[in-house]
Design a protein around this ligand. Structure first.
Ligand SMILES: [Zn+2]
Length: 276
């Protein structure tokens, strides 16, 4: 476990997300007088963007799916954060009294031991993306449109048809429309990670690979088609103790072209848990 109070390392991953199909990331509420039922969320220039929280949600979902396939405790598994969380609020008292007992025999504080215990009981997804117990070590920035000048139109209105849950069939009278961003739109993706182990970076790169292969959809309508895109131009930069001074001098971290270290660390972790 890396201590949270010290920055051991920081990574930046940048990429371009190019939409193959339309994108529907709705703001859910139209405040425009002629607005559609579900407009796309826009920045102050009226251009679409994808909120970092939406990207993180999608990315976490796919990381959890991968971890559930591996499913090896203590390091490579994912809980169900809503139904069956790895550390329940009710576990707090028993973990705290264990920490208090242990603190009598150790030089560490009760808080430090407690934090370590919660971390040990937590699944890999909560350790990376956060839980009610600790902050996320990965942040997704809002992704802004890169190529508005190349796109003749930015938006298209589509018709949606509500499905009657009882009949399982489209029923007239519950039609609605929603706004989408046109296919071909490119968004600038930026991810920042702090104090990640090499194997955790390898795990992230594996999920990014899925995305660059076109296997991940974004947005509320993904089951009906929109939201599919591919990641291109993925670049990784990393700062740690060995190049911290250079980073501070130059204000930018050098790109890491060799990802084998991280991929190998992830493979080694898989082997360690007996699932290679
Ligand atoms: Zn969890």
């Amino acid at each position: 476990m890396k201590p949270f109070s010290v920055i051991e390392n920081r990574i930046w991953i940048s990429a371009t997300l190019e939409m193959q199909t339309a994108l529907a990331v709705g703001s859910r509420l139209s405040i425009e007088p002629t607005g559609t039922d579900m407009p796309v969320i826009k920045d102050t220039n009226g251009r679409p963007f994808i909120p970092g929280s939406s990207l993180k949600g999608v990315f976490r979902f796919h990381t959890e799916r991968l971890l559930r396939t591996i499913d090896r405790k203590p390091d490579l598994w994912a809980c169900d954060p809503f139904g069956d969380p790895c550390v329940r609020p009710a576990d707090k008292d028993s973990l705290m009294s264990q920490a208090e007992r242990q603190a009598k025999h150790e030089s560490q504080s009760v808080d430090a031991i407690f934090a370590k215990m919660v971390f040990q009981h937590s699944c890999a997804a909560c350790r990376l993306f956060g839980s009610p117990w600790f902050a996320s070590r990965i942040a997704f920035k809002d992704a802004y449109l890169k190529n508005h000048e190349d796109l003749p139109v930015l938006y298209q209105i589509r018709d949606g048809v509500g499905i009657d849950r009882d009949l399982g069939a489209a029923r007239s009278g519950i039609k609605y429309d929603f706004e989408t961003v046109v296919p071909g739109a490119q968004f600038a993706i930026e991810i920042v990670g702090e104090n990640l182990e090499d194997w955790e970076i390898g795990l992230l790169l594996t999920v990014l690979q899925l995305w660059s292969d076109g296997g991940i959809a974004i947005g509320g309508k993904s089951t009906r088609g929109p939201g599919w895109g591919t990641l291109r131009e993925i670049a990784l930069r990393r700062v740690d103790r060995t190049n911290l001074l250079d980073y501070l001098r130059q204000r930018s971290a050098p790109p890491v072209s060799d990802w084998e270290t991280f991929r190998n660390a992830f493979s080694a972790k898989l082997q360690e848990v007996g699932h290679a």
